[in-house]
Design a protein around this ligand. Structure first.
Ligand code: ROI
Length: 158
C-alpha cells in the first residue's frame, strides 16, 4: 500500500445533528481501507443551496491519500452515506450526509456516476472556503487557481 492518489472530499449535512454527522464522517474517512486522512478543514455553516425550505448546512473538506480508484472511492463514500442514514429523495433537498469527490489527482472524469472535478468547485462558497483552507495553493486540472476562484465572493471598496 503506497497511497499514491490524492483526493479531496466535500462533506455536507443538514439533518440529525449535522455537526456530529460531519465529525462521524471524518472518523469513517480516517478508517477507510487503503487510505489515510491527511488533512481536514474546520467546519463551516452555510445557507442551503437549492430548496430554501430546509435547515442550514455544516460543510467541510477532507484530503485523502488513497490506493482506491475514483470509482472504488465513490462506492466507499456511498456506503458511509448509507450507514449514516442517507435517504435519497428530493434532488436538492435536505440530507444527513453528503460525501462528494471534489478532486482526484489532476484527473478530469465524466462518466454516468462520476463528474470530477465536482461542478461545485467553481461556484460554491461552502466548497471553496474549506478546500482553500486545506490547500491554499491548489491549481485545478484546467489551470484555475483556487484563490482566483474565491475572488468571486469578495468585493473591494472602489
Ligand atoms: N447547500 C449547502 N449550503 N451545503 C451543501 O452541502 C449542499 N448540498 C447539496 C444542496 C442540496 C445542493 N445544497 C447544499 O447537495
Amino acid at each position: 500500500m503506497n497511497n499514491n492518489h490524492s483526493a479531496y472530499i466535500g462533506i455536507g449535512s443538514n439533518l440529525n445533528e449535522p455537526i456530529q454527522q460531519v465529525e462521524l464522517a471524518f472518523i469513517e474517512l480516517q478508517n477507510l481501507t487503503n487510505s489515510s486522512l491527511v488533512k481536514r478543514s474546520t467546519l463551516y455553516r452555510s445557507f442551503p443551496l437549492g430548496s430554501a425550505n430546509q435547515p442550514n448546512y455544516i460543510n467541510a473538506v477532507a484530503r485523502l491519500s488513497t490506493d482506491l480508484s475514483a470509482i472504488e472511492l465513490l462506492d466507499k463514500l456511498q456506503a458511509i452515506e448509507n450507514k449514516q442514514g442517507r435517504v435519497r429523495t428530493e434532488k436538492w433537498g435536505a440530507r444527513t450526509l453528503d460525501l462528494d469527490i471534489l478532486l482526484y489527482d489532476n484527473q478530469q472524469i465524466e462518466t454516468a456516476r462520476l463528474s470530477i472535478p465536482h461542478s461545485g468547485i467553481y461556484e460554491r462558497a461552502f466548497v471553496l472556503y474549506p478546500l482553500y483552507e486545506c490547500v491554499p495553493d491548489l491549481v485545478l486540472p484546467n489551470g484555475q487557481k483556487i484563490y482566483e476562484l474565491l475572488k468571486q465572493f469578495t468585493s473591494t471598496k472602489s
